[in-house]
Write a protein that binds this ligand. Structure first.
Ligand code: BEZ
Ligand code: FE
Length: 284
């Protein structure tokens, strides 16, 4: 009797899943098994390394609770979350980037131009722009849901010193598609590294800083919403963002305010958002 080869094993495993009834599940399983087997054969993965990986994934799961999603953080630092965004991008629309773990639904709907948080939380800044369709037509009644951390690098949900919904707000665009809000200039901040993902970053010799940004989820009826950021062009982590979230089109200048700008802000950033039409519902 001759010993089984790795290729024969892979073939046998693929054959066992070949009759998966649902076509997309079959496609995903086939590709996953193929890549996992090829990785294992190419690296000659040892039993000790396999067990270390199992223990790492177990610890990742154990770190998750209703407030903390260590698996998403893992996906983020491996660039997987950004790759999912890239392969699902809509041509011509504002590029999307990671949601991150600090989004809280239900932020207050605020008046045009309103301050989203305490002025003491950083340098006062005005963010403004338009929400349009792909042809540049204004989208009235679109929502721009924004959130960011304070100058201490903490989101309200991480910092008992901040009131709930500090530096968060939902804005509804006017008839010309415009939105405008007052905030503070964002700062770089560390992603959580007190779990397995922190061990991974330390093991890889990578830093754990995010490039300074404001988060936004932009939605409009009949259009595909986008989850994205406004990155500060002067930030030093743009080239090494811990979660690979930076895209050139999302980098904007926070320019010092000048004549013609509101007197109560030190910086102004302009950011327009373009939304693709909603995809037609798929028929079963
Ligand atoms: C954030 O920007 O809030 C974030 C994104 C990914 C991982 C950690 C934080
Ligand atoms: Fe963030």
């Amino acid at each position: 009797m001759t010993a089984m080869t790795p290729a024969q094993l892979t073939e046998g495993v693929l054959a066992a899943y070949a009759d998966t009834p649902e076509p997309r599940l079959r496609e995903l399983l086939t590709a996953l098994i193929g890549h996992l087997h090829a990785f294992t054969a190419a690296t000659r993965l040892t039993p000790q390394e396999w067990l270390a990986a199992v223990n790492f994934l177990t610890a990742t799961g154990q770190k998750c609770d209703s407030e903390r999603q260590e698996f998403i953080l893992l996906s983020d630092v491996l660039g997987l979350s950004s790759l999912v965004d890239l392969v699902n991008a809509a041509d011509g629309a504002t590029e999307s980037t990671v949601l991150g773990p600090f989004y809280v639904p239900g932020a207050p709907v605020r008046a045009m131009g309103e301050q989203i948080g305490r002025r003491q939380d950083g340098s006062p800044a005005l963010a403004r722009g338009k929400v349009t369709d792909l042809a540049g037509g204004p989208l009235a009644g679109a929502t721009v849901d924004v959130w960011q951390c304070a100058s201490n690098g903490l989101y309200d949900t991480q910092d008992p010193g901040q009131p709930p919904f500090n530096l968060r707000g939902v804005f509804v665009t006017g008839p010309d598609g415009s939105y405008e809000f007052r905030t503070v200039r964002p700062v770089s901040y560390p992603i959580p590294v007190d779990g397995p993902v922190g061990d991974l970053l330390r093991g890889a010799g990578r830093h754990h800083w995010r490039a300074a940004h404001i988060h936004a989820i932009v939605s409009a009826p009949g259009h595909r919403g986008v989850t994205t950021h406004i990155f500060d062009a002067d930030n030093s982590y743009l080239d090494s963002d811990a979660v690979f979230g930076v895209k050139d089109s999302l980098i904007k200048q926070f320019r010092p305010s000048g004549p013609g700008d509101p007197a109560d802000v030190s910086y102004v950033v302009d950011m327009d958002f373009a939304l693709a039409p909603a995809e037609p519902p798929t028929t079963a």
